[in-house]
Design a protein around this ligand. Structure first.
Ligand code: GLU
Length: 274
């Protein structure tokens, strides 16, 4: 299969040095493999995403010399495919609706993992509804849907930059959200459905998503699809050692550009940061 990669920015703020590093890595890997690179704007969250940020991201990419192939894919336009995948998971009995409140979750929460990849504490298995709950739901709307992870199953994958990775379900990852209560498909589901549909052969993204890859491998299996290869690019940190966030305007590509840096300067700075 010919190499097909993708750039998948979320338009909730301006791109910073970390994005420059990740997207340049994606661009180079696609080019070196003689393949193609798609651009998918991950604009699912109607409250946080803005068209203006998507346009600014495309401008920043073009300025950096990161070109993509073909039409831009807007994730928000792919709802039907996301609902179809939800239906398939519902029929397979691997997802359930959960009415557990944030407060109950907080009260039941274990101490969060120390390492930064764990975004949130594991969902406690005691709060799962009985098996079969939600089997007859007509639509995912109105309630949070979670994927029921197996007990203690190893999930292993090889990463082009991070080497062999191994996670254990119920230990490193718990039941994760596939559909949000506000009727928005969750990141984990949408990204897998779209990567499958777009024929992506390698996912290049930030190392903050390593643990998500373990979750996503469960979705590939449940949806009967072959997973892509993986390449997680190290995060760029600020002077204090914190990973960059979209609010760090000082290291936004536009700020650096306004200060007179060239695309080559910005990319060199991204490569030099650890
Ligand atoms: N949209 C995600 C982000 O900007 C990236 C998702 C992915 O590459 O899988 O963090």
């Amino acid at each position: 299969m010919p190499y097909r990669g993708r750039l998948a920015p979320t338009p909730t703020g301006d791109m910073h040095l970390g994005h420059a590093r990740t997207y340049m890595a994606a661009y180079r890997r696609a080019r070196d493999a003689g393949g193609t690179l798609a651009l998918r704007i991950e604009d699912l969250d109607p409250l946080r995403c803005r068209r203006e940020y998507a346009e600014r991201a495309m401008e920043d990419l073009a300025w950096l010399g990161i070109a993509w192939d073909g039409e831009v894919v807007w994730q928000s336009a792919r709802r039907e495919a996301h609902v179809a995948a939800w239906r398939r998971l519902r029929d397979a009995g691997v997802v359930y609706p959960s009415t557990v409140s944030r407060r109950e979750l907080r009260d039941a929460a274990h101490a969060p993992h120390e390492d930064e990849e764990a975004a949130e504490p594991l969902f406690p298995v005691a709060l799962r509804p009985p098996p079969g709950t939600g089997r007859d739901a007509e639509s995912p709307a109105g309630v949070t849907w979670r994927f029921r992870v197996p007990d203690d199953a190893p999930i292993a994958f090889d990463d082009a930059l991070q080497g062999a990775r191994r996670y254990v379900t119920g230990v490193d990852i718990g039941d994760f959200v596939v559909w949000r209560r506000d009727d928005v498909p969750a990141y984990e589901l949408a990204v897998v459905v779209d990567d499958i549909a777009m024929g992506i052969t390698e996912v290049v993204r930030g190392a903050d998503l390593l643990r998500s890859t373990a979750r996503q491998l469960l979705l590939y299996a449940a949806l009967g699809a072959t997973p892509p290869a993986w390449c997680h690019v190290p995060l760029v940190r600020d002077a204090a050692g914190r990973r960059l966030a979209k609010r760090d305007d000082a290291l936004a590509i536009r700020t650096l550009r306004a200060r007179g840096l060239s695309p080559a300067d910005v990319l060199a700075l991204a490569d030099a940061s650890t």
